[in-house]
Design a protein around this ligand. Structure first.
Ligand SMILES: NC(=O)c1ccc[n+]([C@@H]2O[C@H](COP(=O)([O-])OP(=O)(O)OC[C@H]3O[C@@H](n4cnc5c(N)ncnc54)[C@H](OP(=O)(O)O)[C@@H]3O)[C@@H](O)[C@H]2O)c1
Length: 338
């Protein structure tokens, strides 16, 4: 089988399509013949050597796939054979075949193509955890979604619209028209101006009840300052560090030094909350994640979960796919095709 291998830390030139023996399912596992694999910002940070959770290199990245069950291991229902499915993968998703536990596999909704289905797991589970499970967003509240035009951003917008909250979102200006069409109430250009005074003006100086921030470093201080009384800040990424080589390492150190330190009394006296999310640290909670998947899949059949695939790249153009995301060109999801 063919796989996209991150051979070492570096620029996109370190990505290579290589062949490897077909994997075999162990007890309780299935082999998925992959039709589309999601690309996530974490794959880029891992390639740059800035992602502590990433596997040792050389490695095959990939947290999610959509495909067809090709083989089942001992103890797994043979009725799964030939079924179109979607799954989270603990790496190795960017392969023609991947082995996963049968309990990590969910039926692909008929309404979705394989490409669209591969856009569901990471983006929508992250957004669901941030807005619903941890953020507790309500219809009377407002939310600021940073990078609203990205994969997680658009997923968060779908969920916030369903909840009925007022939505604010930062994004590169070229994405605003699309975001308005998707229902974002207030797009904010954060590339050419300081977004905080703009948000404050739009909210009559009050701020918002929820901010979800994947940028990290001192940006989390600014997002915290954007909270209204009873507001919550969800922190879930450090894309500010993204860069190749030594520059990336230095940016990561800078982000770590500039991070806010929250004091319990400060939180108490301001009536604010902060929380963090790392979906990659949820593998020991499959029941909880399965509940979230069920809610998301119900949203697909009800029509309010609308995965948007911007572009699909064949495996041998994985480098172009990384560059596309790194240069902020993507609106929604990028997927890789075997
Ligand atoms: N903790 C978790 O469990 C978890 C799970 C999934 C994702 N994440 C994080 O959430 C963020 C979004 O992930 P995603 O996979 O959905 O990617 P994405 O948002 O589609 O990523 C690309 C977009 O991010 C924006 N961006 C902001 N800073 C950037 C930078 N320094 N370099 C390049 N682009 C930058 C750009 O959009 P604009 O500039 O147009 O806004 C770009 O188009 C990432 O930080 C990721 O690590 C965390």
């Amino acid at each position: 089988m063919r796989q996209v291998v991150t051979t070492r830390n570096g620029g996109v030139e370190v990505l290579e399509v290589q062949t490897a023996p077909d994997p075999k399912p162990g007890p309780g596992e299935v082999v998925i013949n992959v039709r589309a694999a999601g690309l996530n910002f974490a794959d880029i940070l891992a390639r740059q050597g800035l992602y502590p959770d990433g596997p040792k290199k050389p490695c095959v990245m990939g947290y999610e796939v959509a495909g067809v069950v090709g083989e089942v291991g001992e103890g797994v229902d043979r009725g799964l054979l030939g079924k179109p499915v979607v799954a989270m993968t603990r790496f190795r998703g960017q392969s023609e075949k991947v082995v996963v536990g049968a309990n990590q596999v969910f039926e692909r909704p008929e309404a979705l193509s394989f490409e669209q289905a591969a856009a569901i797991p990471v983006n929508y589970l992250t957004a669901y955890a941030l807005l619903v499970a941890m953020g507790g967003l309500r219809s009377s509240e407002s939310v600021l979604i940073h990078n609203a035009g990205g994969g997680v951003g658009l997923a968060a917008l779908d969920i916030a619209k369903k909840i009925g909250a007022t939505t604010y979102g930062t994004a590169s200006p070229g994405k605003h028209e699309f975001l308005r069409e998707r229902g974002l109430d207030h797009p904010i250009d954060y590339r050419n101006q300081d977004w905080l005074p703009v948000l404050m003006q739009l909210t009559n100086g009050r701020g918002v009840e929820l901010v979800i921030d994947p940028i990290g470093g001192d940006h989390w201080k600014k997002s915290y300052a954007a909270l209204r009384t009873t507001g919550r800040l969800g922190m879930f990424g450090v894309s500010t560090a993204s860069a190749n080589g030594l520059k990336g390492k230095l940016k990561l150190v800078k982000a770590a030094v500039q991070m806010p330190r929250f004091h319990p009394l400060g939180l108490m006296n301001k009536n604010r909350g902060v929380f963090g999310l790392n979906l990659g640290h949820m593998w020991h909670e499959p029941e909880k994640v399965a509940q979230w998947v069920q809610a998301i899949m119900a949203g697909v059949s009800e029509g309010w979960i609308r995965p948007h695939v911007d572009k699909a790249f064949p495996f041998d153009q994985a480098g172009d796919a990384h560059s596309y995301m790194e240069s902020r060109k993507n609106t929604g999801k990028v997927v890789l095709l075997p």
